[in-house]
Write a protein that binds this ligand. Structure first.
Ligand code: SAM
Length: 485
């Protein structure tokens, strides 16, 4: 796991990393690489678990693999190009070892379907995000010398009874998926087309997974979904069908604030984070749950995408600039020391300099702790691709993006400085890249803290006096360990 705050979400440093685990030795070897968001990394753990039961053990040596899987991302064109390049490097490997099978999973598989087999001749298997239970059958088909495809999207699949194996992690922090799919239909976003309708996972299985992780020594979980605040369990099925559920099912439904209560009470000594929050679905009940539970971190990832109400409307976001400010004000009131991060897209179709200035002034108001910033990339099938002209020239998109990034760096430094002089609880995640004599971890606000390791160890909660900072990192001295029962 990386020690830069941004990478907690985008996992930039982990893109394409081979993921391995300790598991029962199998005779067949699986090599799996993941690209894109946390959800994909979490899905790879489900895939490894399903294939582990079929006798596959993971390897980080691609030459040894019988089956090579790429879990792909389609969110921007660049993400797909990265996968294409990776596939082309597999050509040579396959020439040396023709028995090796190559599969593409995830969003790119779903978007391109069987066309991927046509375009990338060396690909043997294509499986979309809801088809992983079918992998054993698909792999059997390969053994029979055929190519295999399953890209059927499901209204129910949440993989709730599959215990994921933890790949390539630090044994301290883990992801738990709580929803799949997305119903938002933001006009720029391919996710509803690649991951299907939004559905929530049975809360008891989420609590059980958290308890199991705690018993295995994990200290922090991140509840994952495209839009976690929209979580709604009413017995299973797509969120859009909630209105059709029985009165009893509706009355006993569990929403996100309720789920937070359940998880926070079940694992009171574990840290809880969640991602991603969509502004229109985040209400005071969630903010109050964060404030109520000491073990829920004071940190919200709250993508805004643009500061212009006109562009937000074109993006089909469910909020405008004023509503977003209102939410920020409520967060600051209910959780005074809450860390807040953003996603922003520069150069959406029709964006003017005035719209761009609105984004910069919104950033000025919020002063985010950190952010994930992109220039607009037109994605096939989306509303924007079908109905709007991608009319902001690339150099203008890049210039605006650079201005947004520069502003974010100023604000990150401003926020970092506010921590100086405080004593903060840090969960130690590992050795710092800067020095083997230092550890890194995170405070509640998800900012990285580096300090001299002394006799502490990864997994410890340590109180650290913050003495100095850069825009991305806090530097301090350990005071003492916090004992959790
Ligand atoms: N569900 C979250 C939301 O909508 O706020 C996150 C979705 S996406 C996996 C992560 C981020 O990628 C988005 O918040 C957005 O900033 C960015 N993104 C999505 N589609 C994009 C596109 N077509 N071009 C550039 N950035 C994009």
């Amino acid at each position: 796991m990386s020690e830069r705050p941004g990478e907690k979400i985008i996992e930039e440093a982990r893109q394409g990393e081979a993921m391995v685990l300790d598991q029962k030795a199998g005779s067949k070897k699986l090599y799996i690489e993941s690209y894109g968001c946390q959800m994909n990394f979490s899905d790879s753990e489900i895939v490894a678990s399903i294939l582990n039961n079929e006798g596959y053990s993971t390897t980080d040596k691609i030459e040894d693999a019988d089956l090579v899987l790429l879990n792909t991302c389609s969110i921007r064109d660049k993400a797909e190009q990265t996968v294409r390049k990776r596939l082309s490097t597999f050509n040579k490997l396959k020439a040396d070892k023709p028995s090796m099978k190559i599969g593409v999973l995830g969003c790119m598989a779903e978007r391109m379907k069987a066309n991927l087999l046509e375009e990338e001749k060396l690909v043997d298997l294509v499986a979309g995000p809801d088809a992983y239970r079918d992998l054993p059958n698909l792999v059997d088909e390969l053994d029979g010398g055929r190519k295999a495809v399953n890209v059927i999207l499901s209204k129910e699949e949440t993989y709730d009874n599959i215990e994921p194996v933890r790949l390539g992690g630090n044994g301290i922090t883990a992801f738990i998926s709580i929803t799949r799919g997305c119903d938002n239909m933001c006009s720029f976003c391919v996710v509803p087309f690649t991951r299907g309708r939004e559905r929530s996972r049975n809360p008891q299985t989420i609590v059980d997974e958290a308890l199991d992780l705690w018993q295995r020594g994990y200290k922090e979980i991140t509840l994952l979904g495209q839009n976690v605040d929209s979580y709604l369990w009413y017995g299973g099925g797509p969120k859009k069908d909630f209105e059709k559920a029985s009165e009893l099912a509706q009355a006993s439904a569990i929403n996100f604030a309720h789920l937070l209560d359940m998880v926070a009470d079940a694992v009171p000594h574990m840290r809880i984070r969640f991602s991603t929050s969509n502004p229109q679905d985040m209400h005071d009940d969630v903010l109050l749950a964060i404030a109520r539970h000491e073990n829920i971190c004071n940190y919200i990832h709250l993508p805004v995408q643009s500061g212009s109400s006109r562009i937000l409307k074109e993006m089909n976001r469910g909020h405008n600039r004023e509503e977003y400010f209102n939410l920020i004000d409520r967060i600051r009131k209910i959780i005074p020391d809450c860390g807040i991060s953003q996603d922003i897209i520069a150069g959406f179709p029709t964006e003017t300099e005035e719209d761009h200035q609105d984004t910069l002034s919104l950033m000025e108001y919020v002063k985010y702790d950190f952010g994930y910033m992109f220039f607009y990339s037109e994605r096939p099938s989306t509303y924007a691709a079908r109905n709007l002209v991608d009319d902001v020239p690339l150099e203008v998109k890049k210039r605006r993006l650079n201005e947004i990034i520069a502003r974010q760096q100023e604000h990150s430094l401003y926020r970092s400085k506010q921590h100086i002089g405080r004593v903060e609880e840090v969960l130690v995640e590992g050795e710092s890249k800067r020095s083997p004599h230092q550890f890194y971890g995170r405070n509640s606000q998800n900012t990285v803290v580096v300090f001299n390791r002394e006799d502490y160890k990864p997994g410890d909660f340590v109180l650290v006096k913050i003495e100095n900072c850069t825009s991305a990192t806090l530097l301090g001295t350990a005071v003492n360990k916090v004992e959790k029962a």
